[in-house]
Design a protein. Structure first.
Length: 474
C-alpha cells in the first residue's frame, strides 16, 4: 500500500536535504544552545544554505500550492508578514508618517543635535539590532518552512522526531552527569546550555514528543484471558519499545526537576493538563460503543505517566526544585523590575514598538532608578512584553495569530478520526509547544536559538501532517 505521506523531494538530493536538516538539528544544542553570537552566525548560514539548496531542487511550484491546505497556507503567510514587518521597522520614513506610527521614536531623533527635519528616519531606534534580529528570525522561518514542505514520508518524519528526542535525552544525561560530578554540592542541571531555565525549556519539548511516541506506539494486541495470554501480553510489551520510551521519559522528568526550573515544571504540568483535557473532551464526544475503550486506554496511559512522575520524585530528583520554590520567600526577584520597565517601553510605543532587538537600548532609558545595578540578564524575562516593546501590538498580532492558528489546527485535527501515529504527533507537539509558550511568560525561551528552532521544527512536523490529513480525507 502506498503511504499517505509523499516525499516530494525524491531521489538522492532529497535524501541529502533531510540528512542535512537532521545534522543541523543535532548540532544546534551543543555549542551552548547556539546562544553566543558566533554560533548564531553559523546557525543562519546553515539554515539559509539548506533553504537555498531546497530552492535549487526546482520544487517551488508544487511546494507553494497553498490551495491544498488553507490552514497551513495561512500560517505561512502570517509568518511571512511578520518577517516583512520586522524589516519594515528599519526602512526610513518621512517625519509625518513616523509621527503617526511612532511619535516617541521621532522625539528621540529630534533630541539629537544632528537631527535634520527634512531627513527620513526608521521606526527602529537600533537598526543594527533589528537587522540582526531579522536575519535570526528568517533562519527560524527557513527551518520551519523546509520542515513543513520537505517531510512527506513517515520514515523521515520519525527520523526527525527521534533526532529531537535523542538530543533531549543526550542533554538530560549530560546535565545529570555534570551534576553528579559536583556532589556533595550539586549544581542545577543545565547540560550544554548556559542557563538551567533554558535547559528546562529544551527538555520540555523533548518530553512532549516522548509522550507523543508513547501514544503512537500503544500496543494493539488484545490480551486473552488466562496466564498464557497475560504472559504473551507482557512479552509483547517488553519487545514493543515502550519500556525504553518510559525509561527515556523518566530520565527527562528527572532532568526537568534537577534543572530547578519552577516556571518550566509549572508550564509542563499545566500544558499536560490542558492538552489532556482537550483530548478527554474529544473522547467524551465519541459514540458510546468506542468511548469505553478510549477512556480505558487514556486512563491507563495517564496512570503510568503519574507513576513515572512519582518514581522520579521518590528518587529525590525533586529536591532541587523544592529548594528553588522555597527560595521565592527568601530571595528578592528583581525580574519584576525588568517587566515594569519593559511595560513602560511598550506604553511609549504601543502600535509598532521601537524595533526588533532594540530592548537593551530602550530598557536602559526606562528602567527604575532603584534597580540601577548592572543588568543581570540580556532580555526582559517575558517574551510577550518584550515583543510588545519591540514590535508593538502589530507584531504581537502577526506572530501571535500565526501561533494561534497553527496550534488550533493541530488540536482540531487531533479530534478527527486519525491514526495512532498521527494522534501521537499531535498530542506530543501540543504538549511541548504549549509548555514552552507558557514558560516564556517568565523567561526568554525564544531568544535561545536551539529552543526556538526545535519549537518551530516540532510545530512544522504537526502542521505538515495536518495537510496530509486534509488531502486524504477529501
Amino acid at each position: 500500500m502506498e503511504s499517505k505521506w509523499q516525499f516530494r523531494t525524491s531521489g538522492a538530493p532529497g535524501r541529502l536535504l533531510v540528512w542535512l536538516l537532521v545534522a543541523f538539528l543535532a548540532w544546534m544544542p551543543l555549542p551552548q544552545a547556539s546562544y553566543p553570537e558566533q554560533f548564531q552566525d553559523l546557525l543562519e548560514i546553515g539554515a539559509f544554505s539548506i533553504f537555498f539548496f531546497w530552492l535549487l531542487r526546482g520544487q517551488t511550484k508544487a511546494s507553494f500550492d497553498y490551495k491544498r491546505s488553507t490552514g497551513q497556507g495561512f500560517v505561512l503567510w502570517l509568518l511571512t508578514a511578520w518577517l516583512f514587518f520586522t524589516l519594515f521597522q528599519v526602512l526610513p520614513l518621512p517625519p509625518e508618517v513616523l509621527q503617526m506610527l511612532s511619535p516617541n521614536s521621532l522625539i528621540v531623533y529630534q533630541s539629537n543635535v544632528l537631527f535634520d527635519g527634512n531627513a527620513w528616519y526608521p521606526i527602529s531606534l537600533d537598526t543594527g539590532g533589528t537587522l540582526r534580529s531579522f536575519l535570526l528570525y528568517s533562519a527560524y522561518a527557513a527551518i520551519f518552512f523546509i520542515t513543513v514542505k520537505l517531510v512527506r514520508n513517515e520514515r523521515w518524519l520519525r527520523i526527525i522526531i527521534f533526532t529531537v528526542v535523542g538530543m533531549a535525552l543526550l542533554e538530560a544525561i549530560w546535565g545529570l552527569s555534570e551534576q553528579m560530578l559536583t556532589y556533595p554540592n550539586p549544581k542545577r542541571a543545565d547540560g550544554t546550555f548556559h542557563n538551567a531555565n533554558h535547559y528546562a525549556g529544551f527538555i520540555e519539548l523533548g518530553l512532549g514528543l516522548v509522550i507523543g511516541l508513547l501514544i503512537a506506539n500503544r500496543s494493539r494486541r488484545q490480551t486473552t484471558m488466562g496466564i498464557d495470554g497475560r504472559l504473551l501480553g507482557w512479552v509483547d510489551w517488553l519487545f514493543s519499545g515502550r519500556p525504553l520510551l518510559y525509561l527515556i521519559c523518566l530520565l527527562l522528568v528527572i532532568a526537568l526537576f534537577q534543572s530547578g526550573s519552577r516556571a518550566g515544571t509549572f508550564a509542563f504540568v499545566t500544558s499536560l493538563f490542558l492538552v489532556t483535557t482537550v483530548s478527554g473532551w474529544r473522547v467524551a464526544s465519541r459514540k458510546e460503543d468506542c468511548k469505553r475503550g478510549a477512556i480505558l486506554r487514556q486512563g491507563s496511559f495517564l496512570a503510568i505517566l503519574i507513576l513515572t512522575l512519582s518514581i522520579a520524585i521518590s528518587l529525590g530528583s525533586a529536591d532541587r526544585l523544592i529548594e528553588r520554590i522555597q527560595s521565592v520567600v527568601t530571595q528578592k526577584d528583581v525580574r519584576e523590575q525588568y517587566r515594569e520597565a519593559t511595560m513602560a517601553v511598550f506604553l511609549n510605543g504601543p502600535v509598532v514598538g521601537f524595533g526588533a532587538g532594540s530592548w537593551p537600548y530602550t530598557f536602559e532609558a526606562s528602567r527604575s532608578p532603584r534597580s540601577y545595578e548592572w543588568r543581570q540578564w540580556p532580555q526582559a524575562h517575558n517574551e510577550y512584553l518584550q515583543l510588545l516593546s519591540e514590535q508593538g501590538v502589530v507584531g504581537l498580532l502577526l506572530l501571535g495569530s500565526m501561533l494561534l492558528v497553527a496550534i488550533s489546527n493541530i488540536l482540531f485535527y487531533s479530534m478527527e478520526r486519525v491514526s495512532r501515529s498521527e494522534q501521537g504527533i499531535f498530542f506530543g507537539v501540543s504538549i511541548g509547544c504549549i509548555s514552552l509558550l507558557i514558560h516564556s511568560w517568565w523567561d526568554y525561551q525564544f531568544h535561545i536559538p536551539a529552543n526556538a528552532v526545535y519549537f518551530f521544527t516540532c510545530l512544522a512536523l504537526a502542521i505538515s501532517t495536518t495537510e496530509d490529513l486534509e488531502v486524504t480525507s477529501s
